[in-house]
Design a binder for this molecule. Structure first.
Ligand SMILES: Nc1nc2c(ncn2[C@@H]2O[C@H](COP(=O)(O)OP(=O)(O)O)[C@@H](O)[C@H]2O)c(=O)[nH]1
Ligand SMILES: [Mg+2]
Length: 201
């Protein structure tokens, strides 16, 4: 059982830039990942809500930083960051989003940790690695979800996990990694435990 009740998550606000984010007090955990990796589905699974974070088959729709509050107060938050890595967007727009993302990660004082969502079949894209570099610069802990684990057989999923672990061995103080499936509800308790540790610290 998690200590915080993630089912109480509710939409708080959306912000296009760091300046428009809600007050930087309390604590929050941000979810990042390539478009279509399964980030919105993971947030919905973790909060046991069907449509809290919108899921879409069209990548790149979510361009805003979306804030969800746990419980009545707004002092503990989950944050859905804009997805990255989609093709159909002009380079200029991509760069702009990357700047907002980097601003947020570098400057947000209430940020306690980053959940990095990767498709277990396509882990560690170039921008995933860029993000890990930014997190490392700030000594920001990262918890990696290798999601869509249901798409692989058990042995293949386990070996994907081992491979990502070994590639990130030099960062093992800051980075933890697990398998996850929003579809099957696999790995939810493990994420809740990590979120509890960050948000209740
Ligand atoms: N099989 C399977 N499909 C998933 C899982 N998570 C997400 N998807 C699918 O992957 C697509 C992208 O998911 P979405 O959550 O919108 O990705 P986002 O762009 O990262 O927010 C959707 O069609 C989802 O239904 C999962 O754990 N298993
Ligand atoms: Mg999404």
């Amino acid at each position: 059982m998690s200590r915080l009740n993630y089912q109480t998550a509710r939409f708080l606000t959306s912000a296009p830039t760091l300046a428009a984010c809600p007050p930087d007090s309390g604590s929050e955990v941000a979810f990042a990942g390539r478009s279509n990796a399964g980030k919105s589905s993971a947030i919905n699974a973790l909060t046991r809500q069907k449509a809290l974070a919108r899921t879409s088959k069209t990548p790149g729709r979510t361009q805003l930083i979306n804030f969800f509050a746990l419980g009545e107060e707004s002092e503990r938050r989950l944050v859905d960051l804009p997805g990255y890595g989609f093709a159909k967007v002009p380079e200029q727009v991509k760069l702009e989003w990357q700047r907002h993302l980097s601003d947020y990660l570098q400057r947000r004082a209430s940020l306690r940790g980053l959940v990095l969502v990767m498709d277990v079949r396509h882990p560690l894209t170039e921008f995933d690695q860029t993000l890990l570099g930014w997190a490392d610069d700030k000594a920001m802990p990262v918890h990696i979800l290798l999601t869509k684990a249901d798409k692989l057989k058990r042995g293949a999923a386990a070996s994907a996990l081992q491979q990502v672990r070994s590639r990130l061995r030099e960062w093992e103080d800051l980075v933890s990694i697990q398998l996850f499936s929003s579809l099957k509800g696999q790995g939810i308790e493990e994420v809740h435990a990590r979120l509890d540790a960050w948000l209740l610290d």
